[in-house]
Each structure stands twice: as C-alpha cells, then as structure tokens.
Design a protein. Structure first.
Length: 466
C-alpha cells in the first residue's frame, strides 16, 4: 500500500527522457489554418497545434520499460512469443477466457457487433461512445443510452455519474424482449458522459439484473484502471483494496469486453476483444482473419503486443493513478475558478466544459461546442473536441431535420504522461481570455457532411450575426 501523500503537490511519478518540440504559432496563422480546415479541428495539421487535447487515445508517452519490451518483439506470423506475453497479461488482469488482439478498439467493436447483433436489435449502454454507437447502428441495431439522470446533468454532484439506470434497463428489456438484446454494455469510465466512473455496486446490480433475463454483459474497458481508482477513492469498503484486485473484481461480472489499449493500455496503437464463450470466440476469430490478421497478431506487430503487455501492468501503479487523477482535477478546478461550467466532479481522463451553459447566445443546432473548440484553438492553439450535437445530433435523412444531442460539451482530453503543469497553466490562461470574450463567439453551420461519424470530416462556416 503506497504511503499517503504528505505534501500538497502531486508530482509526476516519472522523469522525462525524450522531448518533442512545439511549434509556436500566431493568432493570424491559426485563423488561416481554421479557414483552410473548414473550421474542423480534426483537419488541422498537428504541427500547427500547441497543446493537443483532442484525445487521450494513443497520444500518451510510453515508458522506458515499454520501449525496452519493443526490442523483444517476435514478429512470427503465428504463435509468437510476444502474443503469449500479451495474452498472459490480459488474462491475469481481465480474467476472460479468450483474448483476441485487434489493431484498435473500434476494430474490436466492429467484430463484436458483427457477430452478436442483427438488424432490429437493441444494445443498451450507460453511454455509447461515437465509434461504439456507429458500429451498432451500422448493423441496423439501435444503440440506447441508459445512464442515471445525474449523468445527464453536468452540474450535479454524484460520485458515480456513469452508473447504469437499472429501472430504465429493466423497463427496456420488458418492452422489447430479452431476445432483441444480444448484449448490454457498460463503458468504464463513461467517456461521453464526462469521464465519470461506474461503481462496483452498480456493476454487480447490472449483472444480477441481466442474469434474470439471460442477457450477456460486456465492458467497454478503455479506461478500466481510472474507473477502478475512483472505486478505491469513493466507494466504501474498497479504500484498502489494491487497484489490481478491484479491476479483477469488476471484470468478474462480465462476459467479455472490448478494449482500446490506446487509453489505459498506455500505448500508441492496439486493442483487443475478450469473451468467455468459445463459439463466439471462434466466429470472432474467423472475422478477425478476414479483416485484421491471424488470431495471434490481429493486425499488430509483435512489438506492439509487447508494449501493451507492459502498459496494462504499468497503468495499475497507484502512484501513476494518483498523478493522473490529480492532473485532471487540477485542470477542472482551474476552469471552475475562472467561471467555466464543467461536468462535475472532474472525471478521470478529461474535463468537459458545458458549452450550452457557457454560450447561451448560440442555439444547439449552431453547435456551441464546436464554436468553443474553434475559439480555444484560435486564441491559443489548443485543440479540443466537441461532444454535442455535431457528434451525437440525430439526423432524419429523409426529411433533412435534425434533433440536437443531449448535452453540448467540449472535451479537453489529457494524454497520459505527456504534459507538465506549466502546459496546463497555459491552457488555463488561454481559457481565461476566451471566457472574457465569450459573448462575441459566433455559432456555426455545417456545409458538408458524411452519413456516419460526421464530426471527423464535416465542413463548417461561421453563422453571421443578424
């Protein structure tokens, strides 16, 4: 058990051995880049970003032990030693019987839903993330979010705002029938809902309810270690239990999981799909061979499997998790002190600004989250991402009408082991300038968009004030 910190400052539990230069840019340059990118921050070239908080997926720094493990990479096509190390690490931590590597999390999602879902099915989740929802809907199934009501209110204070609403889940099962629900998912932590954790009690209760109707439970496990650390901090009875043991207990209630190792695997690429059901595993491996690769490499190099095996163990280090949660909390408290409305309390991997509350002059279908993201980049070169009506608005392609998303958020996702406190202080200085001029920020409209995952490639233009 680590000693309780004696000092107020939580330091990074590592030293920096390699650095990447940041190219400084001017406001005028950034305004030019925005126009060229049609005001879509995904289209801004990375060298023109000062602080990149677009995502925490694959953007973190790997450790010296991970780089050393990469040199051991066995690139045998079938049955490599690197796969054996990877499989051993996943089984020891997650406990599932069958481990299928994929090149990233969305590939695991595609395989899972391709095998388990049919048109007309319904897949409940506390909150689906964008690729999860898209993969469900691509199969002709319906993705339903059943997070507790507190999880839909950014300002509410609740220790586990990612919890599944069990009454809504049971009502859904009774309404559509268990035969139409091939699986239920829990996203830990709940990314689209503000990086909020799910309690162990809620995980157990969800499992018990699903057992009653014979519905399997799968986890979206991207940020499993952060979720476990919140359980240790906030759930009575777990304060003296190790994070590793909490993780093992969490997954003991599941039938499988999808995982993007680019998050709590602490790597730049990779993922996996797990299941306890042998027949499902055979079908999933058949599809894997068709689209990803042989089941012992799954679209990854042996060196990538080695890095994941090390990262999955490093992420359970409680000194690291204390630093990780403290870094996010520092940013959240700083923004709150400036007057920003954020999803409270601060989550694990990111801070989510409530753009609807910050920019009441911008209507939801003029995308306040997108507007705020654009202004943070224009003012200080900070790249963030909208999680609102651009990402989750519902479009009726027959009528052309659109319903806004449930919330209008801007996510500031912190890459792991990447930024120093002075970087975060700079973000807060830029945020203050934007806050002071928030009444002048215009809305935006979409000029071009694809049918799926439009936030990646859509084009925007400012809405001129009347």
């Amino acid at each position: 058990m680590p000693e309780k910190p004696r000092f107020r400052t939580v330091i990074e539990p590592f030293i920096i051995k390699s650095v990447q230069p940041i190219r400084m840019t001017s406001v005028a340059e950034r305004e030019k880049y925005l126009k060229e990118a049609h005001y879509n921050l995904f289209k801004i070239e990375a060298q023109n970003v000062l602080i990149d908080l677009l995502t925490d997926s694959g953007t973190g720094a790997m450790s010296s032990e991970q780089w050393a493990a990469i040199m051991r990479g066995d690139e045998s096509y079938a049955g490599s030693v690197s796969y054996q190390r990877f499989e051993k690490a996943v089984k020891e931590i997650f406990g599932f019987t069958h481990v299928i590597p994929t090149h990233q999390g969305r590939a695991a999602e595609r395989i899972l839903f391709s095998v388990m879902c049919r048109a007309g099915d319904v897949v409940p989740n506390n909150t689906h993330f964008d690729t999860t929802r898209a993969n469900v809907e691509f199969r002709g199934a319906q993705a339903l979010d059943l997070v507790i009501d507190e999880g839909r209110d950014p300002a509410s204070i609740h220790p586990f705002k990612g919890n599944m609403d069990l009454e809504k889940l049971e009502a859904l099962i009774k309404r559509v029938g268990a035969g139409k629900i091939p699986l239920c998912m829990l996203t830990v932590t709940n990314n689209s809902g503000g990086g909020q954790p799910v309690s162990m009690a809620n995980i157990k209760a969800t499992r018990t309810l699903l057992n009653k109707y014979g519905v399997p439970l799968y986890f979206d496990a991207c940020r499993f270690a952060e979720n476990a650390y919140f359980i240790k901090l906030r759930e009575p009875g777990y304060e003296n239990i190790s994070v590793r043991e909490i993780v093992q207990e969490m997954f003991s209630f599941g039938d499988g999981c999808t995982m993007s190792a680019k998050k709590d695997g602490l790597v730049n690429i990779g993922g996996f799909l797990c299941t306890n059901e042998g027949d499902l595993a055979r079908q999933e491996k058949d599809l894997l061979i068709l689209t990803e690769g042989f089941p012992t490499y799954g679209g990854l190099a042996g060196r990538d499997l080695e890095a994941i095996a090390v990262g999955l163990n490093e992420v359970l280090n409680e000194d690291y998790l204390l630093y990780r949660i403290s870094e996010t909390k520092y940013l959240g408290e700083g923004l709150t002190n400036l007057g920003y409305p954020i999803v409270q309390p601060p989550g694990g991997h990111a801070i989510y600004i409530d753009a609807k509350a910050l920019l009441p002059q911008i209507q939801p279908l003029q995308y306040p989250g997108q507007a705020l993201s654009i202004e943070l980049y224009r003012a200080g070169g900070i790249r963030t991402v909208e999680i609102g009506s651009v990402m989750f608005g519902k479009i009726d392609h027959k009528t052309g009408t659109e319903a806004p998303g449930a919330m209008e958020l801007v996510r500031l996702a912190l890459p792991r082991r990447t930024h120093t406190q002075s970087h975060i202080d700079y973000v807060l200085e830029v945020a203050k300038e934007v806050f002071d001029t928030r009444d002048q920020i215009p809305g935006y409209r979409i000029t071009e968009q694809p049918p799926f995952l439009r936030h990646f490639t859509a084009k925007f233009e400012p809405v001129k004030s009347s």
